[in-house]
Design a protein around this ligand. Structure first.
Ligand code: AMP
Length: 195
């Protein structure tokens, strides 16, 4: 099964992707994680994307195409994979359609986590306070100003994917405001229905 998890920053895509990995045994492809690993390794790619990510803006579609097309070819993706925050513009969605078609594969389903933006900001504040208290490091884009920009970028550049996938008949909306278990169960229902 090939699926996309869509939803604004902080909606819980990563947490839900990890759950699907455990339940279905397919890998989670997070371009955010891949880019953060590039930054941590000090590679040329990492140096190129750091400032853009720290502002909460999107890296170019070309960079995403480069890292995703390679990753998708790996043997562990043969039975499917989860694109977690990995498709963020209509250009990237068209690219994925093209790449999959070349490999004679097809996207099965797109899960949109529907959440309330103000509630996400509240959750971020709690996360920051808890991390500070526990002395845990925070992501460099985890502060309120950058977070609000990431929400705006989502509204402007990623939300147009919703009608794009609706037209393809692949979009399933899931209420993302419940507990991890409740949202997980709703996703399971949507995935079972499209098996
Ligand atoms: P994430 O961990 O998914 O929230 O991504 C963190 C940051 O990485 C984003 O704010 C973007 O700067 C960058 N990023 C991750 N995935 C993409 C993508 N598919 N397209 C463009 N930028 C991305």
């Amino acid at each position: 099964m090939i699926l996309i998890l869509l939803g604004p920053p902080g909606a819980g895509k990563g947490t839900q992707a990890e759950r699907i990995v455990r339940m279905r045994g397919i890998p989670q492809l997070s371009t955010g994680d891949m880019l953060r690993a590039a930054i941590a390794s000090g590679s040329a790619l990492g140096r190129k994307v750091k400032a853009v990510m720290d502002r909460g803006d999107l890296v170019s579609d070309e960079i995403i195409e480069e890292i995703l097309t390679e990753r998708i070819k790996a043997p562990d993706c043969a039975k499917g994979f989860i694109l977690d925050g990995a498709v963020r513009t209509v250009g990237q969605a068209e690219m994925i359609d093209r790449v999959l078609k070349k490999q004679k594969k097809e996207l099965d389903v797109v899960i949109e986590l529907v959440v309330d933006e103000e509630e996400l900001v509240n959750r971020l504040r709690t996360r920051i306070a808890e991390a500070k208290k526990a002395g845990r490091p925070l992501r460099s884009d985890d502060n309120e100003e950058v977070f609000r920009n990431r929400q705006k970028v989502y509204r402007d550049q990623t939300a147009p994917l919703i009608p794009y996938y609706e037209k393809q008949g692949k979009l399933r909306k899931v209420d993302g405001m419940g507990s991890v278990e409740e949202v997980g169960a709703a996703i399971d229902g949507a995935l079972d229905a499209s098996d």
